[in-house]
Design a protein around this ligand. Structure first.
Ligand code: AMP
Ligand code: ZN
Length: 465
């Protein structure tokens, strides 16, 4: 598999640290509100990355944190008149609901910053001991000048940062590029005891501390949106490599941004949508299909049309599967005919194209294209003569590949008894050429939310998607 590494700015062949295992740390949400549709992009993408590695036989250790202490958390908790802990508990629970709806599997570990104060403080102490951090009035700063590799991810030079920055009068930083590791407590803010007095961690240190705690000093992959490259991930490298003396991350993966109707999403523009809002109007699986319709590094535009397009694609996928299931009921168990061999070969070619796409830096757009090659083969090549085993081969392949993307998750519905009875009556009406009754029964089924198709293999009734 090839992965575009944001640090080398090249696609590199993926070589795990431990054979057969992959460690991934993904920056998670700040839990001060419902997460928005832009946040959903990395959560879905890196969920697919994890699933693809599993499909390829790796054991994946996937960690995604919850940032549950920062300025936004404190401000919101004050507005609501609740504690920061209560706010965090509430929006973690809401995150879990929306993530589940979108088919995002929970990470193996979902650590909270506030539950890792000991590890955070220890890491800062190591940096102070190594003279890579200094304290001033109860606040601890990272000394960027002490870390020669500073800037290696983002390509920023400390000198440029210094030149471009204005230093606040009351700022105790020795250099503008230095950043906060530990903030001394203001009255009425949540605070933890530390060697530097009561305070709370800066944002960047939590990811370094939790990544090391759960995945070790060096990890295979670290991911997040591209806005995190600087300063968040640059600072994580400085902290982790400074503290442990080991390389921090082998592959940095960053997703492109999601825009709304070709504009940057923002509250002030009035085009800001939480996943909770979006799911009131759209099917979660359509949102997922839409998110995967572009390679993760490209920008992605969210619009009503794009979701409608995703919906249409999803319906094609379900229709193809349900059609195969329908034909399977009457298919014969016989050796592959030449046509079956040809059909199975088309399915296998689709699978190869899917894998090649995913191996090329997780190109889900290509993978979805490959799924529709398979759908096309199913729609055009399967007949009443197709061998049952060839149909099962197509169904199995579709299942395996769509599981990687988290699509086609709904099981075909067994028809409820009353619907089956109506369908049976209509079948009988058709047999006795009572077209009027047959039409009436069709209308009744449609009104109940079902589709009715008359095929050469008989009547096909299914729940409207
Ligand atoms: P935050 O809660 O703001 O720290 O963001 C959580 C994740 O969502 C991070 O990986 C961000 O880079 C990512 N993210 C935020 N906004 C967008 C967006 N509009 N499009 C894609 N990713 C985003
Ligand atoms: Zn992070």
């Amino acid at each position: 598999m090839y992965i575009y590494n944001s640090q080398s700015r090249k696609k590199e062949e993926f070589k795990p640290i431990k054979p057969g295992e992959v460690s991934i740390y993904s920056c998670g949400p700040t839990v001060y509100d419902y997460f928005h549709i832009g946040n959903a992009r990395p959560f879905i993408i890196f969920d697919v990355l994890r699933r693809y590695f599993e499909y390829r036989g790796y054991k994946v250790n996937f960690v995604q944190n919850f940032t549950d202490i920062d300025d936004k958390m404190i401000r919101r908790a004050n507005e609501e008149g609740i504690t920061v802990k209560e706010l965090g508990d509430r929006f973690i629970a809401e995150y879990v609901k929306d993530a589940k709806a979108l088919g995002i599997r929970p990470a193996n570990v979902q650590p909270r910053a506030t539950e890792h104060m000991e590890e955070i403080i220890k890491m800062i102490q190591r940096l102070v001991e190594k003279n890579l951090a200094y304290e001033s009035k109860g606040t601890v700063y990272y000394r960027t000048a002490g870390f020669p590799d500073y800037g290696k991810l983002s390509g920023q030079e400390i000198e440029d940062l210094d030149a471009g920055a204005r230093v606040d009068v009351d700022d105790e930083k020795q250099s503008p590029a230095d950043f906060v590791l530990w903030k001394s407590a203001k009255p009425s803010e949540p605070a933890w005891e530390s060697p530097w007095g009561k305070g709370r961690p800066g944002w960047h240190i939590e990811c370094s501390a939790m990544s090391t705690t759960y995945l070790g000093d060096t990890i295979d992959i670290h991911s997040g949106g591209h806005d995190l490259i600087f300063p968040h991930h640059e600072n994580e490298i400085a902290q982790s490599e400074g503290a442990t003396g080991h390389p921090f991350v082998h592959y940095w993966m960053h997703n492109g941004f999601l825009n709304i109707d070709n504009e940057k999403m923002s509250k002030s523009r009035g085009n800001f949508f939480t996943v909770r809002d979006i799911l009131k109007e759209f099917e979660p699986e359509d949102v997922r299909m839409f998110m995967l319709s572009a390679q993760y590094r490209s920008p992605l535009n969210f619009s009503r049309e794009s979701i409608e397009q995703a919906h249409a694609s999803r319906v094609r996928l379900y229709t193809a599967r349900d059609n195969l299931l329908f034909l399977l009921k009457s298919a014969q168990e016989h050796e592959y005919s030449l046509a079956d061999i040809d059909f199975a070969a088309q399915i296998d070619m689709g699978k190869q194209r899917f894998e090649a796409g995913m191996d090329d830096d997780l190109n889900t757009a290509e993978a979805i294209g490959a799924l529709f090659d398979i759908v096309y083969a199913c729609n055009t090549m399967v007949t009443a003569e197709t061998a049952a085993s060839a149909i099962r081969h197509a169904l199995d392949t579709l299942k395996i590949l769509t599981d990687i993307l988290g699509l086609l998750v709904k099981q075909p519905d067994e028809l409820p008894t009353d619907i089956r009875d109506l369908a049976q009556k209509r079948e009988e009406a058709r047999e006795s050429r009572d077209w009027k009754l047959s039409d009436e029964l069709r209308a009744e089924l449609i009104a109940l939310g079902y589709t009715v198709e008359d095929t050469p293999n008989g009547q096909k009734v299914s729940k409207a998607i």
